[in-house]
Design a protein around this ligand. Structure first.
Ligand SMILES: NC(=O)c1ccc[n+]([C@@H]2O[C@H](COP(=O)([O-])OP(=O)(O)OC[C@H]3O[C@@H](n4cnc5c(N)ncnc54)[C@H](OP(=O)(O)O)[C@@H]3O)[C@@H](O)[C@H]2O)c1
Length: 317
């Protein structure tokens, strides 16, 4: 495992509010300052050697910010994975009640692709943003055909991202989909962390065909960082703090390291909202957990249904 297994997720730098546990008080929102802070995070990542950036039109200004920043780098080794299927609707209003709207229609795919393709040639991956059974996206022939056409014409990878207590079923279904006898999906961006380990049950099947696995929400949206609102994780927090002290890093690095060692993904995404957090997350490269420590952390998995029930209760901060 090397330093290049860390990618930067841009959800937290594209919108003033994001689903997290927000333990710090945030300043009054200023769009220009927010953009400058976002660029700073992109630069910090680049200086660290990160060359994989995950974004989406649903992340407010993130995709555009990334596209503009990439133009200044002129570096073909920067790889971008974007998504389609969510529309950002909050217009940077911290008081908005609806932040994003899901739309898995063929019209939305066509519309968002017209914008996202500006990221070529750095664009390597187009993913369905949060593929689920209820939108019928994995059975929508027009969508599947269009994705296959994009894949062929632009030589990029097509992926799914998954969330929810049935993410393993969605992954299984996605793995079966073929267009013109060719598997359509080769990138699988999945929620995985110490609490939600269901991905492990389908790991071999995904990896068998050389597919890429990208880990998201490796910190359970911040719930893995010790905090009094989740007293039921106290035992886990104690173990994480002991390991953090032993390796002289933060709890965040321990939790992300766990993802790398147990899944060996193509990438684990850092969801850092500022450069400090990114520097801290990056320390996952400084140490290795022992087999015994991994086993101990694995024992803290919870039922997927419970995990996603708690996840649903998280607010936009
Ligand atoms: N496809 C999808 O549906 C989907 C869904 C979610 C995420 N993603 C992708 O995955 C990426 C990562 O996901 P995520 O951001 O939800 O996951 P995460 O890593 O579980 O959580 C990130 C949050 O943890 C907190 N954090 C990180 N490092 C910290 C530190 N050192 N100290 C204190 N707090 C720290 C920050 O919260 P604060 O903001 O409160 O400081 C940050 O926003 C996203 O950027 C996005 O690209 C995709």
């Amino acid at each position: 495992m090397n330093n290049f297994s860390v990618g930067l997720g841009t959800a937290a730098i594209g919108r003033p509010l994001y689903i997290n546990i927000q333990q710090n008080v945030r300043e009054i929102f200023d769009l220009e300052i927010f953009k400058a802070k976002g660029i700073e995070v992109l630069e910090t990542a680049y200086k660290k050697g990160i060359r994989y950036y995950d974004t989406a039109p649903g992340y407010g200004l993130a995709e555009e910010l990334l596209a503009d920043w990439i133009k200044t780098k002129k570096d073909q080794t920067i790889e971008v994975a974007t998504k389609w299927g969510y529309v950002y609707t909050a217009n940077f209003d911290p008081n908005a009640s609806i932040h994003e709207v899901k739309d898995h229609s063929i019209e939305q795919l066509i519309q968002q692709w017209e914008v996202s393709k500006e990221l070529l040639p750095n664009l390597s991956t187009l993913q369905i943003h949060s593929a689920t059974f209820d939108t019928g996206v994995l059975e929508n022939e027009a969508v599947l055909q269009k994705l296959a056409q994009i894949k062929k014409q632009y030589h990029i990878r097509i992926g799914v991202t998954t969330s929810g207590d049935n993410q393993v079923d969605v992954l299984r279904k996605a793995l079966e989909i073929a267009v013109d006898n060719q598997p359509l999906f080769d990138v699988f961006q999945v929620t995985y962390n110490i609490l939600e380990q269901s991905l492990a049950t389908i790991l071999d099947l995904i990896k068998k065909k050389g597919n890429r696995i990208i880990i998201k929400e490796g910190l359970a949206n911040g719930r893995l960082l010790p905090n009094p609102n989740y007293p039921h994780y106290l035992k886990l927090y104690n173990v994480l703090e002991q390991l953090a002290a032993k390796y002289e890093i933060g709890v965040d690095a321990v939790a992300l390291r766990f993802c790398i060692q147990t899944i060996e993904p193509f990438m684990v995404l850092s969801g850092a909202s500022d450069s400090y957090q990114l520097e801290e997350n990056w320390k996952l490269n400084n140490f290795e957990l022992s087999e015994e420590e991994i086993k101990q952390l694995q024992s803290f998995r919870v039922q997927s249904t419970d995990y996603w029930l708690e996840r649903k209760k998280l607010k936009w901060h």
